[in-house]
Design a protein around this ligand. Structure first.
Ligand code: SAM
Length: 279
């Protein structure tokens, strides 16, 4: 019987299938199978889980996910050149790897998986933040996924896990940490990828909480946070001007000072402000 070990090394896969990296598709491949196995393990126990992988490329991480015992992997790849390489992996795990040749941004991914679901990906940098925001803002909470284990540019990863008072703290930190435990699981230098990108990268692990940390209407919170950080250096009373006619009173009702600035306010503070604005 064929096993994963019988597959060629990823460098050979790339040569055989002519997978020259396309910048427009954010193609920076991970060719070290020890590294991709390590990233797969960061997603925790995969047995009994369906895994969504966006952008499998030549399949290094895909091999890791299957070797770690994922019940099923649904891999969404936009670049049809990668399909033959992925078919070789699928042949070793009959019925466990489904490859969808599609744009992840245009796909109703949940229709293809059965819970419990984990999402694991070395994301294309050009669509990574957009996908993350979508996964973090489902119509109902808890979401259909249990956890996200995702590669980002280091700068984006820092914004996801940032604390109040830091330069990186903003909309992404609040969106992520309001309803998830978020941490950087690993950092990687440019040389870990082929071709090497200009920037450092990091794997972020986000585990969905059963319910938000603090009560707030998601749409109101999103509006307040977006407006507050749109002019992050301004005091709240100026940044939030026009949100409601009596915004200063509502800021005070939320237990904050109109002279506070967005980057100093905790997630709890923003949720109190969202409740005061909604009320
Ligand atoms: N997972 C592979 C690895 O770790 O070596 C490849 C990662 S590479 C950073 C990103 C992958 O996402 C590429 O294979 C690229 O073709 C694919 N991709 C880019 N945009 C996509 C999209 N909108 N939907 C699905 N896949 C996409």
């Amino acid at each position: 019987m064929s096993t994963l070990d019988s597959l060629p090394p990823l460098r050979a896969v790339i040569a055989t299938h002519g997978l020259s990296a396309k910048k427009a598709l954010g193609q920076n491949f991970l060719l070290d199978l020890n590294l991709t196995a390590k990233i797969a393990r960061m997603a925790g126990d995969l047995s009994g889980c369906d895994v969504l992988e966006v952008g499998p490329g030549p399949g290094g991480l895909t091999r890791g996910l299957l070797a770690e015992g994922a019940r099923r992997v649904v891999a969404v790849e936009k670049d049809a050149r990668c399909l033959p390489a992925l078919a070789e992996i699928a042949a070793i795990y009959p019925g466990q790897l489904d490859v969808l040749n599609a744009d992840a941004l245009a796909l109703d991914w949940a229709a293809h998986l059965t819970p419990p679901i984990k999402i694991v990906a070395n994301l294309p940098y050009n669509v990574g933040t957009e996908l993350l925001v979508r996964w973090l803002t489902p119509p109902v909470w808890p979401p259909q996924w249990q956890s996200l284990t995702l590669m980002f540019q280091r700068e984006v990863a820092d914004r996801i896990v940032a604390s109040p008072g830091s330069k990186a703290y903003g909309r992404l930190a609040i969106l992520a940490q309001w309803r998830c435990d978020a941490r950087i699981a690993m950092t990687l230098p440019p040389e870990a990828f082929t071709p090497a990108p200009k920037v450092h990268s990091a794997v972020v692990h986000l585990a969905a909480l059963p319910q938000p940390r603090f009560a707030a209407d998601p749409a109101v919170l999103e509006r307040v946070v977006a407006k507050a950080f749109n002019q992050r250096r301004k005091m709240l009373r100026a940044a939030l001007k026009g949100l409601t006619p009596d915004i200063e009173d509502r800021i005070v009702a939320a237990g904050l000072a109109p002279t506070d600035r967005a980057e100093q306010i905790s997630i709890e503070g923003f949720c109190a402000l969202a409740r005061a604005v909604a009320g």
